[in-house]
Each structure stands twice: as C-alpha cells, then as structure tokens.
Ligand binder design. Sequence first.
Ligand code: MCF
Ligand code: FE
Length: 423
Amino acid sequence: MKLLGASFIITCNDDIGILRNGGVLIDNGKILAVGDFNELKQQCRQCDFLFYKNHIILPALINSHIHFEFSKNISSFMYGRFDLWLNSVMQNRGAILKDNLKAIQKAIMEQKKSGVGTVCAISSYDLDLDCLLNSNLRVIFCHEVIGADEKDFENQVINISNRLEHSMALKTNLFQSALALHAPYSVHTKLAQYIIELASKYKLLISTHFLESKHELEWLQSKSGYFKEFYDKYLKLEDVQSFNQDEFIDLFHDVQAIFTHCLYADSSVKEEILKRGSIISCPRSNLLLNGKMGDNNIIATDGKSSNNDVDLLQEMRYVLFATLSAKETEQDESKSSTEARDIESISKHILYAVTCNPAKALGLNNGVLQEGKDADIAIFEIECEHLEQVITSFVLNAKGAISLLVNGVDIISYGNNENNTIH
Ligand code: MCF
Ligand code: FE
C-alpha cells in the first residue's frame, strides 16, 4: 500500500474536483481512497508515502487513436489535401513501414514522457505488437482491416482470424485485443459485416475512421469523385461494394465502437454515431489533411503519418490556442475578451478529453482518480501562482511527466524526488 500526495490533485471527477495538498492511496493496482494527504496519512500510518511539493497528480492520460507503425515518417507524405495525402501514403508507405522498430520505440517513449498511460493503437500490419506488449503501457491493440476487393474475402478472413487468435492468447490485465475497420471506403461490405460479427462474438472494441474527408462523403453519397478513380488507379477495381453513410453507422449497433474524425458528419449524423459509440478527434491531423478542427470531446494524436509528433501534451496545447482563436472570431467588438473562468473551463474540457472521456469511450476503468479505479496516475511538476487557473497552468506548461503509474507501478524511472517534502 502506498500514499502519493501533491500540492494539487485533479481528479477529473466533478464530484471530488481539485484537491489542495491531496493524497491518493493505492493498493494492488487500484485506488483505495482520494482525499486530504495528512488525513490519509493519519489513517494509514504503516504505508509508504511520498509527497510532491509544487507538483500536480492527475489520471494518466489516454491516447485513444495512434498509428505507431508510421512513426518513421517526417516528410514522406503530402499535407493540405486528403486526396494528396492518401496518394502519397499509397506511394510511400512501404518505405515508412520498413525498419520502423526504433521509431516505434521512440513513439512509445514519447507517450510515457507526456504522461500517457493508455494507448489505443491502430495497427495495420501488427508490426508494433511486440514493442507494445513490452511497453508496460495499458494497451488496446486494434488489428486494422483493409480490403476493398471482394474476390479476396477468403484470404482476408484467414488473415484477420490468425492475427486475432495470436493476440487474444496474449491477453493480460494491461493488454487487450480489439479491431479496426479502416474506413467505409476501404473495406467491402461482406468483410465489414464479418469484422463486426467478430467484434460482437468476442466482445471486442472496434475503431473506425469515418467521414474524414469531403472525398469520402462524396463517395458514400454518390459513389463518385476521388475514390472512384482511386480504386481504378491503385487497386485496379472497377466497382467496390461499400455501404452508404447510414448503413455504415447501423453496422455498429451491437458493439462498442469509436469513430475517428467525423469531420463531414452533420449534427443529425453525429447524433446517430453517438447512439452507437463515441467520436474521437485528432485536431492537428484533421487540420493537416482536411483543414478542419473537429469536435474535441475526446482528443488523440493520430500517427506521425499525419502529425509532426505524437505528444499528447502538445496536442492539448494546440487545442487550447485554437479554441481561444475560434472564440475570438465568434466575439463581436462590444464583448470583452475571454475571461479568466472561461479559459479555465476550456482547459478543463481539454483535460477531460484525454482522461475521463476516452476512458468511458474505450470501456476502461481509469481516467479518473476515484476509489475503485485502476491506479493509472501521472505526476507533473507545476508552477501555479493562481489557484483558479491550475488546469490552464498545466495545459499551457506541462513538458513531461516525472512519474507515471500504470496499474500502480511506476513505469518511468527518471523521477527526481529530491526536495519533495511537505510544507
Ligand atoms: O488517421 C490517419 C488518416 N486517416 C486514415 N488512415 C491513416 C491515418 N494515419 C495512418 N493511416 C493509415 C491507415 O491505417 O494509412 C493507411 C492505413 O494503413 C491508409 S489506407 C491505405
Ligand atoms: Fe488514424
């Protein structure tokens, strides 16, 4: 049993809120209690304790959409337009996927450094499986399925069954298998249905990219435009059996699903999606490929295929500035600028978008500091002179976690605890 304390504890649970000089009591990978540090210390005199002065304790962050296999990319892909990006992926992905293990390891380190304790990894070829298994992170490993040619159905089924059988045998309390149906334009109807049945049979989470580009919307609505040429050019396919928008969403009625991007979903489509699952936004990827931000109730980095890094702290900071900039355009001249409490509530929204919200979407028992939750905890140094803006101070300045616990175990070892004594 151990007790961790800090000048600030942000629970990401509105009933408990923010604690000054708070403590989190941990035993056997679980949170036993959250409260005042000194009171908890009195109650549990025999346990190990550590108080981090001028630090903040938070739930470990959750990166709910990342492609580790593309971590080697710097400038192999084109940005600014989704069609140009996808063409460049088709042409250059082979080189990016080759000898990518070092880059994958680096991207995993980047997660830990930014205080991420859980990743939902979208894996096209399972090249990242072993690195993630050995990462000590909590991992949801989504085997991604791509296949537009119905003639290959039998092989496609054998392939995904083998991949899934292999990873399901590796299940631990930190590692779970899941599926990803790449997108409605890249998986034919028969295969899509098969994948959903697999997810339903084995109770697996399923992730998908949906309505990311205007080209996808055009294809789903009228089977025309960029994708028609795409199939011909890259896959030598004249026709592809794919669902329309509503049919695609309906597929997910019986499974736990996460839909990434949804930039071209109008409000009624979003309502339908949210009846069946959650929407994940990758703000910098969305902007780079499609010039749109997306809804930011759940924020993830996407892969280095469509981002300059996979640092979730940078992603959060980006959203803070972009939200303030959008607010500025909304405000007319007569209104005063964003107020102190507005910016703190934007920061809180951003923090929840990488903690409690993705935890719920992914069906995890973490993302909140509360009795009974998994002890996935991140500790950051913080300088905060204005208590009413503690979350803003974190979002704005956090550079790296000094300690990261997953299931109660510290998985980064460069924490420096000197001078961390109370008062
Ligand atoms: O999320 C981004 C943009 N949308 C779609 N796919 C990808 C993203 N980053 C990497 N990808 C991968 C995807 O997993 O690109 C390939 C797939 O392997 C595109 S389909 C040939
Ligand atoms: Fe993606």
